[in-house]
Design a protein around this ligand. Structure first.
Ligand code: NDP
Ligand code: 8G0
Length: 457
């Protein structure tokens, strides 16, 4: 057996390839597109030397994977985390290609980042790092070439520093990053977009299974992560009447013991703590009221901690639901799993969810699974809207952007549902595969544009 040198990338590629089979059987010429689309157009790797608070030189590895530009400029976030390597950035860049296609906007796929660990760094060190990182990255990006944004470890503060660095090195003020501050070209709703979009997507899943009037009211929701995506997903679930049972971070899970679940006040307090890289235990331990309102589970993820839940929204990182955890979710009666994170589920976990779909005779027996490339597309979609606003030198209102986001998520859902229905007609299956639907719909859009541009024939 050959050695797998890029496990995360191979996993993402296999997930796509395995679900394309029914399409490729009918359209064998697209095998060629599949062979070509899996190789990035360009990868840039570079040294980042930055000065710490002691005046000492520190060094890290920086990357930008410019995966595919068939539909528009490369677009995708920058991740700052010690685990960052080329396999992870290739998997993220690859997923990004098809996700961006599903938004219906003119954006290609890319991803970048660095193995720099922002935890324990001062604001000054983060600023120094961002300037050093952008010194090289600035040569490779541009509003018509490649437009990065944040991701794990990169929020509004970091995007601000990166934008300032680009401006200084190039003497130009342009839309080379998204997620910018509102006063210098940012879009309303961009911080909220991934979490809100995720909840909008699941609203359509709920309507399909439970009827047009059904919604989040009273639904028990497990959320992992407590960063950008998790916070705004939780906020929207609460606003729509759902009960948020959990949030988590890299150290453990905070579980609500009260019937109302996490409140807006909890989310509002956790936000700034996370910007300061504090852990959820710090929040839990901060008052005696909080100590009794939550239980803390060190080293655990949320999935196997409760006896009953309705929805699971993994929103921390890749491979955060294992096969056993997927089985625990099925046992707890979860009916909807939708990823806020990219590749949140292992392949074995996806197989557990998809098996409930193919074996079920009634929709109510299915654990319906939405892959990140569809359900978390709202973030990059509003980034695409930020690019449009920058090009036109305008700024839409919160309401205007939210409405466009809702429309994009509805169309994305319908596309996945209809394409899934067309290609996944297993006998007895109660619902179509949203994974197959997302993969086939995204792939065909990209492959056709590549063919028209002479990338394959
Ligand atoms: P943040 O950095 O804001 O938050 C990440 C959260 O996940 C934190 O709670 C962090 O814990 C936890 N986490 C990170 N890495 C690990 C790990 N290896 N093990 C356990 N927990 C971990 O990132 P985002 O919220 O922006 O991103 C979360 C996910 O959503 C990622 O998969 C990202 O790619 C995806 N995504 C993000 C989009 C966006 O617009 N931001 C758009 C689409 C997808 P701790 O606080 O302890 O570090
Ligand atoms: O806005 C973006 O380009 C962006 C940022 C972070 C994550 C993602 C994603 O879709 O995974 C996109």
């Amino acid at each position: 057996m050959s050695r797998v040198s890029e496990p995360e990338f191979e996993q993402a590629l296999n997930e796509l390839t395995s679900t394309l089979a029914p399409f490729l059987e009918k359209n064998p010429s697209y095998e060629k597109a599949l062979k070509i689309v899996q190789i990035p157009e360009r990868i840039i790797t570079f040294r980042v030397v930055w000065e710490d608070d002691k005046g000492e030189a520190q060094v890290n590895r920086g990357y930008r994977v410019q995966f595919n530009s068939a539909l528009g400029p490369y677009k995708g976030g920058l991740r700052l985390h010690p685990s960052v390597n080329l396999s992870i950035l290739k998997f993220l860049g690859f997923e990004q290609i098809f996700k961006n296609a599903l938004t219906g906007l003119s954006i290609g796929g890319g991803k970048g980042g660095c193995d720099f660990d922002p935890k324990g760094k001062t604001d000054n060190e983060i600023r120094k790092f961002c300037y050093a990182f952008m010194q090289e990255l600035s040569r490779h990006i541009g509003p018509l070439t490649d437009v990065p944004a944040g991701d794990i470890g990169v929020g509004g503060r970091e995007v601000g520093f990166l934008f300032g660095a680009y401006k200084k090195y190039t003497n130009s003020f342009s839309g080379i990053l998204t997620g910018k501050g509102l006063s210098f070209g940012g879009s309303h709703i961009r911080p909220e977009a991934t979490g809100y979009g995720l909840v909008y997507y699941v609203s359509w899943m709920i309507k399909h299974v439970e009827g047009a009037e059904a919604g989040w009211k009273g639904k028990k929701v497990l959320i992992s992560g407590s960063g950008n995506v998790a916070q705004y997903a939780a906020e929207k679930v609460i606003a729509l009447g759902g009960v948020v049972l959990s949030l988590s971070d890299s150290k453990g899970t905070l579980l609500s013991t009260s019937p109302e679940g996490f409140t807006n006040a909890d989310i509002a307090a956790i936000g700034p703590m996370k910007v300061a890289h504090k852990s959820l235990t710090d929040y839990h331990q901060s008052t005696s009221e909080l100590k009794s309102k939550f239980t803390y589970h060190a080293g655990a993820r949320p999935w196997a901690l409760v006896e009953k839940a309705d929805v699971a929204l993994p929103s921390a990182t890749q491979n955060e639901i294992s096969e056993d955890e997927a089985k625990a979710l099925v046992k707890a009666g979860v009916k909807y799993v939708a990823e806020g994170s990219n590749m949140g589920s292992t392949q074995e976990a996806i197989d557990v969810f998809e098996a409930t779909r193919t074996s079920a005779k009634a929709v109510g027996d299915v654990v319906w699974y939405a892959p990140g490339k569809a359900s978390n597309a709202g973030g990059v979609a509003v980034s695409g809207l930020e690019m449009s606003q920058n090009s036109a030198r305008i700024q839409w209102t919160r309401e205007e952007v939210d409405e466009k986001l809702q429309t994009i998520m509805e169309k994305c859902y319908n596309n996945c549902f209809e394409t899934g229905s067309k290609y996944t007609k297993e006998t007895g299956s109660a619902l179509p595969s949203l994974v197959a639907g997302a993969n086939i719909a995204g792939f065909v859009l990209v492959a056709d544009a590549m063919k028209a541009q002479g990338d394959w024939w």
